[in-house]
Ligand binder design. Structure first.
Ligand code: AMP
Length: 396
């Protein structure tokens, strides 16, 4: 099978054409500057092909058209006919309470994604544009929506309800949703294969530019750090993570900021970038810390401290822990951050193997044989998860 995986943003569109069974990527790329001018970057990993083309893209339809044309290109393409694409899988940010799983896209599904726009005002409209562009360019091709929130819909009410007046939940659907669900699901599935069983307690740490953690019991999410939006939880590259909401009131009153401006500050000018004053990239922070920059050291310490606190909290929530997993950019490539987090967890018998923990970007058991909790690095692959969900739904 060949599945085209699409991740549409407001002015960009990422794509991968892949085999859902093997994970082989036939081609992948990115359309940028949609509605401004338009640039396509296309890669064929097997053939070492990289093509960059300026192509006018007034809307997402022209972007998808450009993707199909390059996929069919006799020199740089990998398809001889559009019919070779079995189905299209779309990443959709917010499924609200409407979606507990991935679903075949039809008019009802699109209407439900549209109803979720108030919950995902930046992403859902772009995701819909990607879906409608594919419908326009490939009419009749099966399409599937895979939601970033769906994996977390197994959370119990005690985890997802906010302690605010009920009407905001009942009338406005304000609650914890959680994100990175596709990644957490992928890692949880792989973790079950590695454990050789389905029943166990795990915490997955998806630590990248955006970071979230999930408490997972027998493969099902019980709690997660992000909330109504991806702003909640541990501090991130540029997001504050959890803060007292009175910070918003304070900066609005003192600096005459609007709520939107305050939230922009919390989303884009905060996190480890703000504390370090240097960068949102953990490589820069590690370089800075190694050169004695105290602010970089503090940013790294704060990040590890908050992550470790959540592991402790989720161990209580699960009443134990069998497996701790690290994934995404920092989780897969940051031995120092992994060690700093696990250092807080020695009280519960977590023991890292310092040699094994040197691993970067590869699946690896990084705890010692006598560690009370198995600690693993498991590289995530959200595109493959989307392709697999798409294939499974289209085969039914
Ligand atoms: P992601 O959002 O999952 O793509 O993760 C991106 C982040 O991973 C970057 O901003 C870096 O901070 C981090 N990262 C990537 N490679 C490394 C590395 N070798 N060491 C430490 N951090 C890394």
């Amino acid at each position: 099978m060949k599945i085209l995986v699409i991740n549409a943003g407001s002015s960009s569109l990422k794509y991968q054409l892949m085999n859902p069974d093997t994970g082989d990527v036939f081609a992948k790329g990115l359309c940028e500057r949609i509605s401004i001018d338009g640039r396509l970057t296309h890669k064929v990993p097997d053939k070492d092909i990289k093509v960059v083309r300026e192509i006018p893209m007034p809307t997402h339809s022209e972007a998808i058209q450009a993707v199909l044309e390059i996929l069919l290109d006799p020199v740089n393409g990998v398809l001889s006919s559009i019919d070779e694409i079995d189905a299209v899988g779309h990443r959709v940010l917010h499924g609200g309470m409407e979606f507990v799983d991935s679903c075949i896209i039809d008019e009802d599904c699109k209407a439900a994604i549209r109803r979720c726009i108030p919950l995902g005002p930046l992403h859902n409209p772009a995701n819909l544009m990607g879906i409608e562009a594919c419908e326009a360019v490939m009419p009749g091709k099966p399409q599937v929506a895979v939601f970033d929130t769906a994996f977390h819909m197994t959370m119990p009410p005690k985890a997802y309800r906010y302690a605010i007046p009920t009407k905001y939940y009942e009338e406005d659907s304000l609650r914890r949703y959680g994100f990175h669900g596709t990644s957490h699901k992928f890692v949880a599935r792989r973790a079950a294969e590695l454990m050789g069983k389905k029943e166990f307690k795990m915490v997955n740490c998806h630590l990248g530019n955006g970071s979230s953690m999930a408490a997972i019991l027998d493969g099902k999410c019980q709690d997660t750090t992000m909330g109504l939006s991806p702003l909640a939880g541990v501090p991130m590259g540029t997001r504050s993570g959890d803060i007292d909401p009175c910070v918003v009131q304070f900066v609005c009153n003192k600096y005459g900021m609007t709520v939107d401006q305050a939230l922009n500050m919390l989303n884009k000018e905060s996190g480890v970038k703000a504390i370090s004053g240097v960068s949102s990239d953990f490589r820069d922070l590690e370089d800075g810390a190694a050169q004695g920059n105290e602010n970089c050291k503090l940013a790294l310490e704060k990040f590890a401290y908050e992550c470790a606190k959540y592991v402790g909290a989720y161990t209580a929530a699960l009443n134990g822990l069998d497996m701790l997993t690290f994934t995404a950019g920092v989780g897969e490539n940051g031995p120092l951050t992994r060690a700093a987090i696990c250092n807080y967890l020695s009280f519960m018998g977590v023991k890292l193997d310092p040699e094994a923990n040197k691993v970067r970007g590869k699946e690896c058991l990084i705890s010692t044989p006598d560690s009370a909790v198995q600690v693993w690095v498991i590289p995530t692959n959200e595109e493959l998860m989307i392709a697999q969900d798409t294939a499974a739904l289209c085969e039914k």
